[in-house]
Design a protein around this ligand. Structure first.
Ligand code: MF3
Ligand code: CO
Ligand code: CO
Length: 282
């Protein structure tokens, strides 16, 4: 999501919130998030075989929408702020919010597929990288660093740590590989709403920002560029691209803070969260 653009919190979402506006969920709520997250992750598992050179992103999206319905869930993105698709598909220098279209994939294209479903009112939001055909060497490095950065961010999730600790873990790792972290988009609180406080920044300083507490649910979804971090949004008002046209990658998990660490709601049931691309590469 864009920085500083949380949805208005709805009536159903009233309850205990911190002074930063972050909802503290109850024990039973974790089950709702696990169920929603599992479906979103399953869809990402199952879509891998549909990614290949010559395939259109509209067809990938159509298959995703079919799966969302078949699994008894609802797409969170269809109708969201006028968006009309069940996924965002972001190819090569597209950072995020790529719109599925008749455009077909070429050999060596890398793409992020981002799916959010609603199950019993709970939101499951996750994304991964895929490749059409053969994975170029530079893209492989970018994808690996981006995934490692997400997992390092998740390792920083435990009560008493801060959101700045998460951002620092991600930023310091990415920059040590001479890549850059996108600032213009961030992770977000979620639960019974799609985008809630806080903005989960993928950069920061240790010990800064709100303190993590058991019961907080949010996404971590770092976007990493091979070149500079700046982005711009195209005339369609959705597609965000790198200004310098460098390659960009992203992975996203929905997580919850537990008494002693973290619960990842969107882990791959097939165990193939990463690297998905090895299933489709030669
Ligand atoms: N799933 C995206 C996220 O991670 C949001 C997509 S909103 C859409 O927050 F409208 F572009 F689909
Ligand atoms: Co998200
Ligand atoms: Co998402």
């Amino acid at each position: 999501m864009s920085v500083f653009e949380a949805d208005r919190v709805n009536e159903k979402h009233k309850g205990i919130v911190t002074r930063d506006g972050i909802r503290i969920h109850e024990t039973v709520d974790y089950q709702g998030m696990q169920a929603a997250g599992r479906v979103a992750a399953e869809i990402l598992d199952e879509i891998a075989e549909h990614v290949f050179p010559g395939q259109s992103t509209a067809e990938i999206d159509r298959i995703i929408e079919e799966k969302v319905i078949a699994k008894g869930t609802k797409s969170a993105t269809i109708g969201y702020k006028g968006y009309q698709h069940a996924s965002c598909i972001s190819i090569n220098h597209v950072v995020c919010h790529g719109i599925p279209s008749a455009k077909t994939l070429k050999d060596g294209d890398i793409l992020n597929i981002d799916v959010t479903v609603i199950l019993d009112g709970w939101y499951g939001d996750t994304s991964r990288m895929y490749v059409a055909g053969k994975l170029p060497r530079k893209a492989e490095r970018l994808i690996q660093v981006t995934h490692d950065a997400l997992m390092l961010g998740i390792e920083a999730v435990k009560p008493g740590n801060t959101f700045g600790d998460i951002g620092y873990a991600i930023q310091s790792y990415v920059e040590s590989h001479r890549m850059s972290v996108v600032r213009d988009f961030c992770g977000h609180g979620l639960g019974r709403v799609f985008h809630a406080p806080p903005n989960v920044l993928h950069y920061g300083r240790p010990g800064t920002g709100p303190v993590l507490e058991e019961g907080m649910f949010f996404t971590i979804e770092p976007m990493v560029n091979l070149g500079r971090p700046e982005t711009k949004v195209l005339a369609d008002e959705w597609t965000a691209v790198t200004r310098d046209k460098s390659l960009s990658a992203q992975f996203e998990h929905s997580v919850g803070v537990t008494a002693d660490g973290v619960d990842i709601f969107t882990l791959s049931p097939a165990g193939t969260f990463h690297p998905t691309y090895t299933q489709t590469a030669e």
